[in-house]
Design a protein around this ligand. Structure first.
Ligand SMILES: [Zn+2]
Length: 156
């Protein structure tokens, strides 16, 4: 469940996800990784990509869809959508560009699987898988993984 919403930013002419709940994520021990074998999220060794629900999602399929786009000063929408994590390697230090072709293809297959499943919800208009690595994209976990966001708006 999320308590956030989408807000329109007039200065940048774009929609942003406002997700205050994500600021209250618990701090992890410095050397702890939730995607290494034996962790809370990944019990066994990963030999193929696995899709997980994001534990602290900024979007949720459990919220009602609403829109206040007609408001001239404060345009907003519900944060209807879904955030998934795609963990694709057991090796904590592996980088995407170091993967073999068949490993990359197995990631693409998971994108296709996720897209087919998520588009079944007719309120979902946009599905975005992306590599989640480094501070520039806001990644807080170094273990190789991707995220799959789906959202109810093309104007996002
Ligand atoms: Zn790890």
């Amino acid at each position: 469940m999320t308590e956030g919403e989408l807000r329109y930013n007039y200065f940048f002419d774009e929609w942003i996800i406002y997700a205050p709940k994500r600021q209250r994520r618990p701090d992890r021990k410095k050397d702890f990784c939730p995607f290494c074998k034996g962790s809370e999220e990944v019990k066994d060794l990963i030999n193929k990509p696995i899709r997980l629900d994001n534990k602290f999602p900024s979007l949720s399929l459990e919220v009602d869809y609403w829109s206040k786009e007609e408001d001239q000063l404060y345009k907003s929408k519900s944060a209807y959508g879904k955030c998934e994590v795609l963990v694709y390697s057991a090796d904590h230090g592996k980088k995407f560009h170091e993967l073999k072709v068949d490993e990359i293809l197995s990631i693409f297959e998971k994108w296709i699987e996720a897209t087919k499943q998520l588009k079944e919800d007719k309120k979902i208009k946009y599905i975005l898988p992306f590599e989640n690595f480094g501070k520039d994209v806001g990644a807080s976990i170094l273990h190789p993984h991707e995220k799959i966001f789906c959202i109810n708006s093309l104007g996002f």
